[in-house]
Design a protein around this ligand. Structure first.
Ligand SMILES: Nc1nc2c(ncn2[C@@H]2O[C@H](COP(=O)(O)OP(=O)(O)O)[C@@H](O)[C@H]2O)c(=O)[nH]1
Ligand SMILES: [Mg+2]
Length: 298
């Protein structure tokens, strides 16, 4: 008799920068969630969907948990992270090999209070030259909670991912698929285009500047020679607008070229990209503005 079909939600949880979005992209096989070396890149709850003949794995990439006294956007990001947890059939708690700190501990405390099965994923093992060093680290972490499994991986180098799938799949509930088998994410193409542009802002702007920006797609249309995409880059202050544009538009040009390359790969056709920078003070504090930019609990 054929095995029964399994389908369920698996939340990726961990402090910023441990590699949650990278793992989601690797498992789905396409860039769904943007990745940068900067903390707090992921602002939304994003689903990545993997469908095979006998299962559908729905991965939930959550923004990291933030101080809850911060802006409206930060509070929304916290809610999204916690909602991701409570809907999950299984939690992947991601940490970085040989790098445990009090932020990991804090996330683990929240997890322990939610009563979910937790798989401990130790990422970035490619950075460890002597793999023997991992053993005492695993030993120490194994005592911190009742993990159902502990799996060392490298999301970036795709090491250990089959072993990880082998731990996840039998723990999914028996259930029919919830999404169409071709669907890789719950997000619209406009959302993904805005995220691609935001990734470049995060990568190319220094210090706190990128955290003050967000992107809104105004136009996404098929034209004669590919797509025309027009986007607004919102910044919080006039000074930031100058930085984003750069001298004689040099920064905007760099950001636009990098974004256009990725957008072209995403839509599979040439892209004509128009970017406009506008100032909207304190947008991250304003509930209406944040919601109008697509930040919401979905
Ligand atoms: N060396 C190494 N770097 C990784 C690995 N996985 C992710 N990274 C890097 O860690 C940084 C943060 O990754 P990201 O997926 O955005 O982390 P998130 O904040 O948890 O979503 C990026 O620069 C990634 O390229 C890995 O397995 N090995
Ligand atoms: Mg992320």
């Amino acid at each position: 008799m054929a095995e029964e079909f399994r389908c369920g939600f698996v939340a990726l949880v961990g402090r910023p920068n441990v590699g949650k979005s990278t793992l989601l992209n690797r498992l789905v096989g396409q860039k769904i969630s943007i990745v940068t070396p900067k903390a707090q890149t992921t602002r939304h709850r994003i689903l990545g969907i993997v469908t095979r003949s006998d299962f559908q794995l729905i991965l939930v990439d959550t923004p990291g948990l933030h101080r809850s006294d911060a802006s409206y956007l930060n509070r929304l990001m916290n809610q999204a992270a916690i909602a991701g947890l409570d809907d999950a059939d299984l939690v992947l708690f991601m940490t970085e090999a040989l790098r445990w700190n009090e932020r990991d501990q804090r996330v683990l405390e929240i997890l322990k209070s939610r009563d979910r099965d937790i798989v401990l994923v130790i990422n970035k093992i490619d950075q460890i030259r002597d793999k023997q060093e991992l053993l005492p680290f695993i030993e120490t972490l194994s005592k911190k909670a009742d993990f159902v499994a502990i799996v060392p991986v490298s999301a970036r180098k795709s090491i250990g991912l089959d072993g990880l799938s082998a731990e996840i799949l039998p723990r999914l509930p028996i259930s029919p698929a919830l999404f169409d088998s071709e669907q890789l994410t719950d997000r619209s193409r406009e959302f993904r285009a805005a995220e691609i542009i935001r990734e470049k802002l995060m990568l190319m702007l220094q210090e706190e500047v990128p955290y003050g920006t967000t992107v809104q797609i105004e136009r996404f249309e098929k034209g004669g020679k590919g797509y025309v995409i027009s986007a607004l880059v919102w910044v919080a202050r006039a000074g930031q607008k100058k930085i984003v544009i750069g001298s004689k538009g040099s920064m905007m040009k760099k950001i636009g070229e990098a974004a256009r390359r990725d957008l072209k790969r995403f839509v599979g056709e040439p892209v004509h990209l128009e970017l406009w920078v506008k100032v909207k003070e304190k947008w991250a504090d304003n509930e209406m503005v944040v919601k109008s930019m697509g930040y919401e609990l979905s």
